[in-house]
Write a protein that binds this ligand. Structure first.
Ligand code: ATP
Ligand code: ZN
Length: 284
């Protein structure tokens, strides 16, 4: 038995999806020009699809699971479960208006025409804010709509904002923050559920490891206790005596977000020879 996963055939999520599977120790022949491939060392079949179609394929059971932007999942409203965020494909669905427009606050959108490929998410957002705006659905190149006189504003995906900038638009309201998520059918047979559980275990280990760094340093014995308080570690830091008397080596795991703050404090406590390396897998 094989679990079937749908991933984007080409586009912004393709490479990171493949990379995640690789880091989970799953070898797939990257067949860009093929519809599907099989993993050689894990019971997984990979289907390459347009991202917009993935929720439907999962609802229909053609694919068992899929990797798709949360924005797509929320817009398509298909019968599938959102399992977990994957930490890539981060973007915002935002409302933007031409730079020279007299936008003051969200109420400026009242009665205006907004072009988008996300009519349902936008509709909910407008209803929540008690606004009557006209939604104009277009499937691509939404960012040119105001310039060609098709709409007063747009609601589209933004990451760096460079597309908005090029088109003389300004981001005004964030409707949704999104990233790639793993979705699954809500009726997997037990054998497939078992494979999914193994995959989830591996994904969690990869996700954990991406958020953490392994740190090694040397410190004078009299400062070890204060340094340990700075380094939580998974249980507690490892402390080993160095060959030089009066010195110890301390090993620990730190969260990426805390990393730079901790480094400064460690140096202040006399830590030397600080080494920091990535972690490949991390099982909590
Ligand atoms: P497909 O051919 O599969 O339909 P697409 O053109 O609809 O591809 P992409 O532009 O490759 O889709 O984007 C796929 C997903 O990547 C988006 O749905 C979104 O979740 C995410 N993403 C991240 N940053 C951005 C961005 N700046 N613009 C658009 N999508 C982004
Ligand atoms: Zn698409």
């Amino acid at each position: 038995m094989k679990l079937k996963i749908a991933i984007q055939k080409s586009g912004r999520l393709h490479e990171d999806s493949i990379k995640l599977l690789k880091e989970c120790g799953i070898d797939i022949n990257n067949g860009v020009n093929r519809l599907k491939t099989e993993a050689s060392n894990f019971p997984l079949e990979v289907l390459y699809l347009r991202d917009d179609d993935i929720p439907q394929y999962v609802e229909d059971g053609v694919a068992d699971i899929g990797i798709v932007g949360e924005n797509v999942m929320l817009e398509k409203r298909k019968n599938a479960l959102s399992l977990l965020p994957l930490g890539f494909g981060k973007c915002r669905l935002s409302i933007a208006v031409p730079k020279n427009s007299d936008y003051k606050d969200i109420s400026s959108l009242e009665g205006k025409k907004i072009a988008t490929s996300y009519p349902l998410i936008l509709g909910d957002f407008l209803a929540k804010n008690k606004l009557n705006s006209e939604i104009h659905e277009i499937s691509g190149s939404v960012e040119i709509a105001p310039n060609v006189g098709l709409a007063d504003a747009i609601c589209d995906l933004v990451s760096s904002g460079s597309t908005l900038f090029i088109n003389n638009l300004e981001e005004k309201e964030v409707v949704l923050k999104s990233e790639a998520i793993l979705i699954s059918s809500d009726q997997l047979i037990p054998g497939k559920q078992q494979i999914l559980d193994q995959l989830l275990f591996r994904i969690q280990a990869v996700k954990q490891s991406r958020k953490h760094k392994y740190i090694l340093l040397n410190a004078p014995d009299e400062n070890v206790e204060r340094i340990i308080r700075l380094l939580p570690g998974m249980k507690s830091p490892t402390v080993l005596p160095l060959a030089v008397k009066g010195w110890s080596s301390i090993h620990s795991v730190v969260h990426e977000d805390d990393f730079w703050n901790i480094i400064q404090s460690l140096k202040a406590e006399g830590a030397q020879g600080i080494l920091v390396t990535g972690i490949e897998k991390m099982i909590l």
